[in-house]
Design a protein around this ligand. Sequence first.
Ligand code: ADP
Ligand code: MG
Length: 384
Amino acid sequence: MAAGMILPPATLGMLGGGQLGRYFVSAAHELGYKVWVLDPDANSPAGQVAERHFPGGYDDYLALDEFAQGCAAITTEFENVPSDTLDYLAKFVPVRPSAAAVAVCQNRIAEKSFLRDNGFPHGPFAAIRNEHDIQVASAALFPAILKVARFGYDGKGQATVNNRDEALLAFAHFKGEACVLEQRLALDYEISVVLARDESGNVRCFPTGENRHTKGILDVSIVPARTSGCLASDAEDLAARIAADLGYIGTMGVEFFVSRGRLIVNEMAPRPHNSGHYTLDACVTNQFEQQVRALCGLPLGDPRTHSAAVMVNLLGDLWYDGEHYREPAWAKLHALGNLKLHLYGKHHARHGRKMGHFTVIGSDAAEVQAIALAARTAIGIRDE
Ligand code: ADP
Ligand code: MG
């Protein structure tokens, strides 16, 4: 047995109780571990299935002490866990990924600066901390997108701004929060790489996926991406180098734009990624098992896909028929034998809330795409 391997029946700690945490709990359970989840939401999807749920806040140090005492190692599924919390827990047990790596990914200014300083391809941007920064920003950035540096997700905390005046208005609307101003790029399409990196620096990339967003939220992921093999493997190399430069241990997602044929890193997620959900049904090892393996010092699993896959997100909008709230007609999806439906156990559907997803798998990529898109329409998802 390798030194430092954490083995069952050890208890693992998960900060954050969303669907990503819920899948981590399942993967850990399959491997024989127990899991404690810390999340302020009493009904969190991961808390429902873990051995123990701590309903405290991430700055509840009494709860953190008890959590650290009971866990052999701790990870996160929520990129906005305060890095101070991760640093504090790391005094007692291994915390993977590290506070330093998460801190870079959870702040867009730190993230873009990291990309720039380490020579990764990134879009033109300016850090905006006050109105003056907008007044002196390069005119070449417009038309642009102003994004809050912290706590934005699924397109929230973003405003399209055509000129300096609009940027000033949006900045005021964001109450003067630190932001990045990014040049709005012409996107050919978007891709992502989900990978796992272990403590010895070994990296396993899942095959590059192609992502379609609707209203800033991931809608459909297609694997393999319909791109050249070269571009897909360049994306995997870049993602692996980013993980190495961050000293990253665990599963991470790297989002890319393909703009005028060029690869541009958009952002990193210090956790499993929505675009990696296809790995649950189409890969030898899924992204959550890799997270468990990296956390526990086990060798990483084989990330190979055994099927082409298309994943479709199911948002809360689907529960509304006009004003009427009702369960979607799942039987339409269950009728398809190569469609895997996943629901996250969230108690209330809200517009834009990720409630579940489905993945269609098969040997013929074109057929898988056609079936998935037809199923997406059949369940009631409309193209805008
Ligand atoms: P989030 O954290 O919400 O995922 P992103 O920065 O990834 O934030 O933005 C969400 C989506 O908005 C992207 O996937 C892309 O479709 C679009 N987008 C974001 N930034 C740009 C940009 N600079 N140029 C063009 N489109 C963008
Ligand atoms: Mg994104």
